[in-house]
Design a protein around this ligand. Structure first.
Ligand SMILES: NC(=O)c1ccc[n+]([C@@H]2O[C@H](COP(=O)([O-])OP(=O)(O)OC[C@H]3O[C@@H](n4cnc5c(N)ncnc54)[C@H](O)[C@@H]3O)[C@@H](O)[C@H]2O)c1
Length: 263
């Protein structure tokens, strides 16, 4: 086996990638790094204006990107998006399942509709986007990289987020189960557990439910590295897991939290 030079390890030129929820926040940061490394990126978001803005910023730096409006919770959209990547780029090598929602809701007030919405976006979507992408990767016979954005909540609960914490715990186990099945095809499946990352969703909350100052402060005092994370902290980890540098890593959970879980 020849050793690949460092200059090639993170080179994604000619690769086709999909990033869900890439219109802002962590997904946008991941799309920026994958494009900078040379990948052609399908920027998927339910919000078409946000997706278009990410694409504009990538193209402004001579990167290759296209926006697609799609719902991470839709099985039909998963097929459409995976096919679009193959049609546009000729190949699909990387899928980053990033789209996720985290509406705070006390357990006693959580409705069936909210439970289903969170589980559909955060868990069902991860599985069916992976299935749609992996079908194409297996058919092409060139392996692939799946990166799932979980959360430290998969390992340590946050109050009023039972639905979210359960969805992210399940994403970690789904990552391992998929890695077990897909190793034979040269497809690695890994997850990242971000800590407190400064994103539009984290500061404003999703589904109209605000994240309180107290919750944010309770996170910040527990971070040994002394700062809230930024999307690029997660993007660099995603780039690693999407690249040749992580060729022998599969079924892993990479915690990127500034040390939060240590305290
Ligand atoms: N921000 C954090 O502190 C943090 C911590 C741990 C894990 N995460 C995870 O990271 C991921 C991204 O979080 P973020 O903070 O960047 O979120 P964000 O709310 O800032 O951005 C999410 C993006 O996803 C899009 N989106 C939402 N629902 C969608 C759907 N159904 N289909 C397609 N696109 C959809 C939104 O339009 C938005 O552009 C999520 O999976 C989240 O659970 C975030």
């Amino acid at each position: 086996m020849t050793t690949m030079p460092i200059s090639q390890l993170f080179d994604l030129k000619g690769k086709g990638a999909i990033v869900t929820g890439a219109g802002m926040g962590i997904g946008q940061g991941i799309a920026f790094r994958l494009a900078e490394a040379g990948a052609s990126v399908l920027v998927v978001d339910i919000n078409p204006e946000a997706a278009a803005e990410t694409v504009r910023q990538i193209q402004a730096k001579d990167g290759i990107a296209f926006a697609v409006q799609a719902d991470a919770a839709s099985v039909a959209d998963a097929e459409r998006v995976a096919q679009e990547a193959v049609t546009k780029f000729g190949r699909l090598d990387i899928l980053v399942n990033n789209a996720g929602i985290f509406p705070f809701s006390p357990a006693l007030q959580t409705t069936e509709a909210l439970w289903d919405k969170v589980l559909d976006v955060n868990l069902k979507g991860v599985f069916f986007y992976t299935q749609a992408a992996a079908k194409r990767m297996v058919a092409a016979g060139q392996g692939g990289r799946i990166v799932n954005i979980a959360s430290i909540d998969a390992l340590h609960p946050t109050g009023n987020l039972v639905h979210y914490d359960a969805s992210k715990g399940a994403v970690v186990m789904a990552t391992k189960a998929l890695a077990l099945e897909f190793g034979q095809y040269g497809i690695t499946v890994n997850a990242i557990a971000p800590g407190a990352i400064n994103t539009p969703g984290a500061s404003a909350g999703t589904a109209g439910v605000e994240i309180s100052e107290e919750v944010l402060k309770s996170f910040l005092v527990r971070i040994p590295l002394g700062r809230q994370g930024v999307p690029d902290d997660i993007a660099k980890a995603a780039l690693f897991l999407a690249s040749e540098a992580s060729a022998y890593i599969t079924g892993s959970l990479l915690v990127v939290d500034g040390g939060y879980l240590l305290s």
